[in-house]
Write a protein of this length. Structure first.
Length: 224
């Protein structure tokens, strides 16, 4: 199976135009227009096959859709150490928020202690989407049963002018407010976040159905 040919069979120019507008930092010619359900379906077909292993070693890819498939193949990996190795080989080539946010390996949920060590490394990267990926993993796996208040300090260490990093920081703290209100609120009350992240966190929290009207009213008073 030639993977690029399989992707090209599902190409949709209309969808390519749509997703290109959502990821404006990527050249329009890099989009085939394969919708995510079709990419996910192909990943399941390829998973574990020699073609998939070869594809994961072929970096960089040419198309956005190839990168999306790459990330979705990583989501299916069952060996934690192999998955981390492949993730770290892939991250330097991730160049947009959509591929970054779609790469969420299932195996990570079973290795919280080891993953936390890697997250602390990723958020110190100079690469926009490696930082974003690290913060997103912290948001996805450590705001519920495995939450500790000290984890809220990890994103605070990130100092960046990159829009896609700061948007993820705001998303993280807004989600943290919805799940761990008491522990997270002081980060706004004590002005621990940059002005932009502070205000964007409040904006996103105000849009959340998981935050009460009373809490939203209080957050409005914290805007800078």
């Amino acid at each position: 199976m030639i993977i690029l040919e399989e992707l090209q069979k599902e190409a949709d120019p209309t969808y390519a135009e749509f997703i290109a507008k959502l990821t404006p930092n990527i050249d329009r010619n890099k989009f085939l227009g394969v919708q995510n359900p079709d990419v996910r379906k192909l990943a399941k077909v390829l998973n574990g096959k020699p073609e998939a292993e070869g594809f994961l070693g072929e970096l960089p890819h040419t198309y956005y859709d190839e990168n999306m498939l790459h990330g979705m193949l990583l989501c299916l990996k069952k060996d934690y150490d192999e998955c981390v190795r492949l993730v770290e080989a892939f991250l330097p080539y991730v160049d947009n928020w959509a591929v970054c946010d779609s790469t969420r390996p299932n195996i990570f949920a079973k290795h919280k202690a080891e993953l936390l060590v890697k997250i602390k490394e990723w958020v110190k990267s100079s690469h926009t989407y490696t930082i974003r990926f690290g913060v997103e993993m912290l948001m996805n796996f450590y705001l519920d049963a495995d939450f500790r208040a000290e984890y809220l300090e990890i994103p605070v260490t990130v100092q960046s002018e990159e829009y896609y990093v700061n948007m993820m920081l705001a998303w993280y703290y807004a989600t943290a407010l919805s799940k761990q209100w008491a522990a997270t609120l002081p980060y706004l009350e004590q002005n621990r976040l940059s002005r932009w992240v502070h205000n964007k966190t409040i904006q996103k929290a105000l849009e959340s159905y998981r935050i009460t009207d009373e809490q939203k009213q209080y957050l409005r008073g914290l805007k800078k």
